[in-house]
Write a new protein. Structure first.
Length: 280
């Protein structure tokens, strides 16, 4: 993966941005309690920064109680809230639909909420990507195509049908679920939103919409960081990609907005507020 060389965003120092990314990985369960972090040298190489910058990021994480510095420069994750034993099934199932532009941090938010409440996560890329890539190749397209008419008209609708079907199956079993996908067309369509909310209500489930807002620089950093082939076209002409985004977009129905720019409040804090407001 290409080393990350990030620019400052909203005046926040690079080490603070790195600390934020690692904190998000901890809250999302990608870095589990007790896990050993890579060495300073390895992290510096991964992020494309100096060892000093990594050390400063580690200081912030230690101050927040997210890592523990141990002998021989060993650092371990401290996340005692992970793996909570007190999770229970909700009497009324909940559906959280998380939308946002690619690179905004939807998956991280979904995983962060799931770690708090123990609900199933349905990530569109996770549940559809292997099949989508194969279908695109059969149709004579690149497996990483996400911009052509072939993808948008023939493949994309099926992806969202899959997500909806998995949500429905969980609701039939009485399970609360968190589904994350861009939902760009869907969150813009009041008729789709009404149908979806009504379909969930048929299973006695409440639906909550969340839009993840993110500035352009932070989105660019996220996309470079994950290094996914499907993002190559966006990154190759970033200016053109941005021209097609409406960063002020919000769904036309009641929803939560999570700010995930470089200087925003940590995802975990925002996730907990959402949970508190929708808890039954």
């Amino acid at each position: 993966m290409e080393p990350l060389r990030r620019t400052l965003s909203r005046g926040e120092a690079l080490h603070a941005q790195i600390a934020r990314h690692i904190a998000n990985d901890i809250s999302a369960g990608r870095l589990i309690n007790g896990a050993t972090l890579p060495s300073t040298k390895a992290l510096a190489s991964e992020w494309g920064v100096s060892p000093f910058t990594i050390s400063e990021a580690m200081k912030l994480l230690a101050e927040d109680g997210l890592i523990v510095n141990e002998p021989r420069s060993r650092r371990t994750v401290r996340a005692p809230r992970q793996g909570r034993p007190d999770l229970r099934r909700d009497r009324r199932p909940q559906v959280i639909l998380i939308g946002g532009y690619p690179g905004s941090g939807k998956s991280e938010l979904a995983r962060t909420i799931a770690r708090e409440v123990g609900w199933a996560v349905i990530d569109k890329d996770t549940v559809t990507r292997p099949l989508v890539e194969q279908v695109l190749e059969v149709l004579g397209r690149s497996p990483h195509d996400r911009e052509s008419a072939v993808y948008l008209k023939q493949v994309r609708p099926r992806e969202y049908e899959v997500v909806a079907a998995v949500v429905t199956e969980n609701l039939q079993c009485g399970n609360s679920v968190i589904a994350d996908a861009p939902f760009l067309r869907e969150f813009s369509d009041p008729a789709w939103l009404r149908r979806t909310i009504d379909s969930h209500a048929a299973f006695n489930a409440d639906t909550t919409l969340v839009w993840v807002a993110c500035d352009a620089r932070t989105m660019h950093s996220y996309l470079r960081r994950r290094g996914a082939a499907r993002d190559a076209t966006k990154l190759a002409d970033w200016g053109a990609h941005l021209d097609g985004l409406d960063l002020n977009f919000r769904p036309p129905v009641d929803h939560f907005v999570v700010e995930n720019s470089a200087s925003s409040e940590p995802l975990q804090s925002q996730a907990r507020r959402i949970i508190e407001k929708i808890s039954v």
